[in-house]
Write a protein that binds this ligand. Structure first.
Ligand code: ZN
Length: 157
């Protein structure tokens, strides 16, 4: 387990994408833009999705927030990340800022939800031992679990 001084773990993720082991890095800066109405709508959507998936994954005792980040503020080739503090039971999930998306609003929200679910699966696995060698395997497993859960959810909303 690679833990920072205050017990935080930062997982930077390719979502969705080919698995790639990415070393933990300093967490990104939060996007400083003035929130547009689109950002606000996206933020509300994400807050609702986090509440829903947190419950489904049995993570109700965690305080989880979502912030938007620009690509330049995330580690290279990543589309999201999570940082958690296990003793404090708090986590922050980073998703790409809406301005980084070249999709329709609906498609963007779907992609953001995939990031949320993906990062929450990482959080669910937080009790397992983590090492550099298993990061690629974890990334692959997390990608397929998150996608399968979302596919099921969208078939049976
Ligand atoms: Zn990941």
């Amino acid at each position: 387990m690679r833990a920072a001084s205050i017990g935080c773990v930062w997982a930077a993720c390719l979502v969705p994408g080919l698995a790639q082991a990415i070393p933990p890095q300093a967490p990104p800066q939060i996007a400083q833009n003035q929130p547009s109405s689109q950002n606000q709508a996206a933020q509300e959507f994400l807050n609702a999705k986090v509440a829903r998936w947190r419950e489904r994954l049995g993570l109700e005792n965690w305080r989880i927030s979502v912030v938007m980040a620009h690509r330049a503020d995330l580690p290279p080739k990543t589309m999201g990340g999570i940082r958690w503090d296990k003793p404090a039971k708090s986590a922050v999930i980073w998703v790409l800022d809406p301005s980084e998306y070249r999709l329709s609003f609906r498609e963007m929200l779907d992609d953001m939800e995939l990031t949320i679910v993906h990062e929450l699966v990482h959080l669910d696995l937080a009790s397992l031992p983590r090492g550099q060698a298993s990061r690629g395997s974890e990334e692959r497993a997390v990608n397929s679990i998150a996608r399968a859960m979302l596919d099921l959810d969208r078939k049976n909303p």
